[in-house]
Every structure is written in structure tokens, then in C-alpha cells.
Design a protein around this ligand. Structure first.
Ligand code: SF4
Length: 240
């Protein structure tokens, strides 16, 4: 475990040295987020933490944002979608458009997540992700440092080789704040309406957009470059 921590901290330091203020951490507020925020804060790396408020998040996610701010004395930058874009989308396609087709689900993710993130990444050089190789088949070939062809930024994956057990053990050992939905067998947590608990033997990301029943489609577009590497399909993507 200590080797994994050392490697993660080393990569975070490398990223900070290379990019300085041009580096950000868009945080998913899941278990990986708990580990990353702790490592960043504990080692004084001063990497800004941001997150996306899509307007459809579970209360447990707001609670963990608040818990991070109290514990580490930071202010998480919360990014919101453009209200005019959301209103136009709902007027055209309804409040639950994401259930109607993969295309409308991607449209919702684009407006509520990807566009706000792109605005936040303007002028930046690099970002940190909490992705792990074991999370899904679509992530098995990730590299610790990637060049994101879509956003034109470097992408660092400090927890790449961590297993779920490693993440849970670190959270427990350090008594970190974490999203309480994990106690109810939620693994990858996003919008309340698009996230469910998983059962034994299911892929960690099986609880995201489960009705589409497609490992590659079960991403939202934020990490489209990695999916493209694996599948040659530019339509893929993750929720941070
Ligand atoms: S996860 Fe669901 S509600 Fe959230 S932005 Fe994507 S489609 Fe919309």
C-alpha cells in the first residue's frame, strides 16, 4: 500500500512541478476523490479542487463536498451548467431525456457536465483524474500520463494501479470523509437519476447508465480520449 501511495504522490508532485497553476483536479466526489483530496492536502500541493454540479446530484455528494471543505480548510470550486442551455434542453426533450436514447443521454451529459468542465479547463495545461485500471474494461489500457486529444491537455492518473480494496483501505486507515452512498453498495457515483447500487460480481461502473447495458457507452464524454484509444470510437467518455 505504501508503494502505491508513494507512486501517487510522486505523480502528483511531477504534475504540479510541470504545470504549476495550470493544473487542476476535477473531483468526482467518490472514494477516489476522498483519497486524492487527502493526498493533495496532506502534501501541500495546492492543486485546486473543482467539481461539477449538474443540478441532479444526490444530497450525499453535497455532504462530502462540505466535509472536504471543513476537514482541509479548502473551498471546492463548484461548476454549474449554463441555465439557458439546460432550460432549452428540457423544453425540447423533457426532464428525463437521458432515459429516451443514448443520444439524448449524451446530450444531457454534454450540457450539464462537459461544457462546464471545458469552460473550467480553458487556459489550463493539465488535469488530475481518479480513474483506476480496474474500474471497467474500457479503462484497462490507460496510462499514468496521457495527452488528451479532445481538450489538448495532459491528463495524470495517480490512482491508476489502485484496486478498490486499496482505495477503501486508505479511506478507512485515514478516517477520511467519503460519500455515504458507498455504504449502500454504490461504487461509481454521478447524478442521482443515473446512478444505482451494484451487486456482487458486477463491474464497478455497472451502476452508471445501466439501462444502456454497454461498457463503452457507460461513460459521459469527459474522458473520451481514453475510450477512443481502446475502441476507436469517439462517442465514448467518463463521469469524473
Ligand atoms: S449523468 Fe444523467 S442526469 Fe447527469 S448529466 Fe449525464 S445524463 Fe444528465
Amino acid at each position: 500500500m505504501s508503494v502505491l501511495v508513494e507512486q501517487a504522490v510522486s505523480l502528483l508532485k511531477q504534475a504540479k512541478e510541470a504545470h504549476g497553476d495550470g493544473l487542476v483536479y476535477p473531483c468526482s466526489m467518490g472514494l477516489e476523490g476522498s483519497v486524492m483530496v487527502d493526498l493533495i492536502s496532506k502534501h501541500g500541493l495546492e492543486i485546486p479542487v473543482m467539481t461539477l454540479d449538474t443540478g441532479r446530484l444526490p444530497q450525499a455528494t453535497y455532504d462530502v463536498i462540505s466535509a472536504f471543505e471543513s476537514r482541509y480548510g479548502i473551498r471546492v470550486r463548484v461548476l454549474f451548467p449554463d441555465c439557458h442551455e439546460v432550460e432549452a434542453m428540457v423544453r425540447e426533450d423533457g426532464v428525463n431525456l437521458f432515459r429516451k436514447s443514448p443520444e439524448l443521454r449524451k446530450k444531457c451529459c454534454d450540457i450539464r457536465k462537459i461544457r462546464p468542465l471545458m469552460r473550467a479547463l480553458e487556459g489550463k495545461q493539465a488535469w488530475i483524474t481518479g480513474r483506476r485500471r480496474q474500474q471497467s474494461k474500457g479503462r484497462s489500457d490507460l496510462q499514468s500520463i496521457e495527452t488528451d486529444v479532445v481538450y489538448g491537455l495532459k491528463k495524470y492518473n495517480p490512482l491508476l494501479e489502485w484496486s478498490l480494496n486499496d482505495v477503501e483501505a486508505y479511506v478507512r486507515a485515514n478516517d477520511l470523509p467519503y460519500n455515504r452512498l458507498h455504504d449502500a453498495h454504490y461504487q461509481s457515483i454521478g447524478c442521482e437519476c443515473c446512478t444505482r447500487a451494484i451487486t456482487v460480481g458486477e463491474d464497478e461502473r455497472a451502476g452508471r447508465w445501466w439501462w444502456e447495458n454497454d461498457d463503452v457507452a457507460a461513460e459521459c464524454g469527459l474522458h473520451v480520449m481514453s475510450i477512443k484509444q481502446v475502441t476507436g470510437d469517439i462517442e465514448g467518455g467518463e463521469g469524473i
